[in-house]
Design a protein around this ligand. Structure first.
Ligand SMILES: [Zn+2]
Length: 251
């Protein structure tokens, strides 16, 4: 049930036919894991907290550095040196006291991910590291959890949704294989703050659509954003029957 304060707080999205009270209740009863509380994870966490996603799990083992503040808007200058999950947890609980926010500062591994994913409905990949992305994809596929993936570097961004419960949906490995060149991250190549804000906002939007059950999620589509020309492009992405992560699912 939603109390009067919640009905008022979420009234502008409850007003939308495709959300309504039923959709709001689905948001309240859902659990979302956000991996990475940096440039992408900041808007994801803020928007999902504000929208009333009932339980947010924040995973990041890093502490806040002054060079993060140009784009990682969930954090504050006063939190320099603090664990990002703790800084974000404080901010999100201040934003919305009706939700629960769990902070996970342990590294996510192939060993601890399966257990964590059991209770999660949707996973949002906001990391900037190909190895962790691949690990997360494999764990999500094994646990049959939807993965909302975003990335941004320099002036280029991309978003897609991988749904193991949809036979048409590729997984992250189907699309990106064993790797682009390893290692180049925002800290080395640079990135624009509003671009990660845009990509993170698109990720948050996909999560709301998937949980509340409206619209057309970015499944089988990879959305590319070119910040320099302000152009959006969409690529069809298909399941690879030979994929070593999801290829033998019906085998
Ligand atoms: Zn695959």
């Amino acid at each position: 049930m939603l109390n009067d304060e919640e009905l008022l707080r979420y009234s502008r999205q409850i007003l939308l036919n495709h959300v309504d009270v039923a959709g709001q209740l689905r948001l309240k009863n859902s659990k979302v894991l956000i991996v990475g509380l940096g440039g992408l994870g900041s808007p994801v966490a803020l928007y999902l907290a504000a929208a009333g996603v009932g339980e947010l799990y924040l995973a990041d083992f890093d502490t806040l550095d002054v060079s993060n503040l140009q784009r990682q808007i969930v954090h504050d200058t006063a939190a320099l040196g603090v664990l990002k999950v703790e800084s974000a947890q404080t901010r999100l609980q201040g934003l919305n006291p009706h939700i629960a926010v769990q902070a996970i500062s342990d590294k996510l591994t192939a060993e601890n991910l399966p257990n964590l994913l059991q209770s999660i409905d949707v996973v949002v990949d906001c990391t900037d590291n190909f190895t962790i992305r691949s690990q997360l994809n494999a764990a999500c596929f094994a646990a049959q959890k939807v993965l909302v993936s975003g990335a941004a570097i320099r002036a280029d961004g991309q978003v897609s949704v991988y749904d193991p419960n949809n036979a048409q949906s590729p997984c992250y490995h189907c699309v990106f294989g064993d790797g682009e060149e390893e290692g180049l991250t925002c800290s080395e190549a640079g990135v624009l703050g509003p671009l990660v804000g845009l990509i993170g906002s698109l990720q948050a939007l996909e999560v709301l659509k998937i949980i509340a059950g409206f619209g057309e999620p970015l499944i089988g589509r990879l959305l590319l954003v070119d910040a320099l020309s302000s152009r959006f492009r969409e690529l069809k992405v298909r399941r690879d029957p030979q994929c070593k992560v999801c290829g033998v699912r019906h085998g």
